[in-house]
Design a protein around this ligand. Structure first.
Ligand code: KIV
Length: 263
């Protein structure tokens, strides 16, 4: 696939309110290859790599080195999609120089097109400077899994009027800071619709209802290969896990019965 088929952040911005934007996570070259074949617009190398494929407890233990390693593998598959990497736990809260250096590693060493940063309006001044430096930023509000230890649990946002107003304020501050899109996670659908209308940049939802400008899901959840917890809002679009089990069981049995190899 040619690099030219990749949508730019500007092209995605123009999709606001139009054809829904399709995003999915991927963590290696094989996943990126298949996501590319499916014609998704955005591949997110999410820090969910921690709990989905690395056997970690969540996203908090995921380091910048891990993100660079997995992002580079995704980029090497040359998928015709915008490749975005998560800025992992803690990094966005250091001084600007260190944040820029983290984004620099993701863009120069791994080769991603943009970064995603969890955080609301308090991060806006840093995002202004990142955008000035040439780093396209996808904002992430609502449930921010990197906050889970301090939140105590994964929970839905936009449940009260005050929470919805706070989400709108965060969304508008991130838009003004120059984010090309927002990710809204685990937000009550009515509140997600209000946030989506309140900004001119695309809002991509996960567990945030049908009124966002696009949707994102985790690769392993879409295909039914998640081994741990799967959130209730997820829809499984294939039973790849069952197929993998069947193929591997048949292989094991062929070796045991000496029917493979043939000679
Ligand atoms: O890391 C991740 O998978 C995410 C999801 C919200 C898509 O950020």
């Amino acid at each position: 696939m040619s690099e030219s088929a990749k949508p730019t952040t500007h092209a995605l911005r123009r999709r606001k309110g139009g054809a829904p934007i399709v995003a999915v996570t991927a963590y290696d070259a094989v996943m990126a290859h298949y996501a590319g074949l499916a014609g998704v617009d955005i591949i997110l190398v999410g820090d969910s790599v921690g709990n989905t494929v690395l056997g970690l407890t969540g996203t908090v233990p995921v380091t910048l080195d891990m993100m660079v390693h997995h992002s580079a593998a995704v980029v090497r598959a040359q998928p015709p999609a915008l490749v975005v990497a998560d800025v992992p736990f803690g990094e966005a809260h250091f001084d600007f120089r260190r944040v820029l250096m983290s984004c620099q590693r993701l863009m120069q060493e791994a080769g991603v097109d943009a970064v995603k940063i969890e955080g609301g309006r308090t991060l806006a001044p840093k995002i202004v400077r990142l955008v000035e430096a040439g780093v396209p930023v996808w904002g992430h509000i609502g449930l921010m899994p990197q906050q889970v230890k301090q939140l105590g649990r994964y929970k839905k946002f936009g449940v009260t009027d005050a929470e919805t107003a706070a989400l709108v304020a965060d969304a508008q501050a991130l838009e003004a800071a120059g984010c090309f899109a927002l990710l809204l996670e685990m937000v009550k659908p009515e509140a997600a619709a209000i946030v989506t209308k309140a900004v001119q940049i695309p809002v991509i939802g996960i567990g945030a209802g049908a009124d966002c400008d696009g949707q994102i899901l985790v690769f392993t959840d879409v295909l039914g290969i998640t081994t741990g917890y799967v959130p209730g809002f997820v829809e499984k679009f294939a039973e790849v896990g069952a197929l993998m089990k069947q193929g591997l069981t048949e292989y094991a049995s062929a070796v045991k019965q000496r029917t493979f190899p043939k000679r």
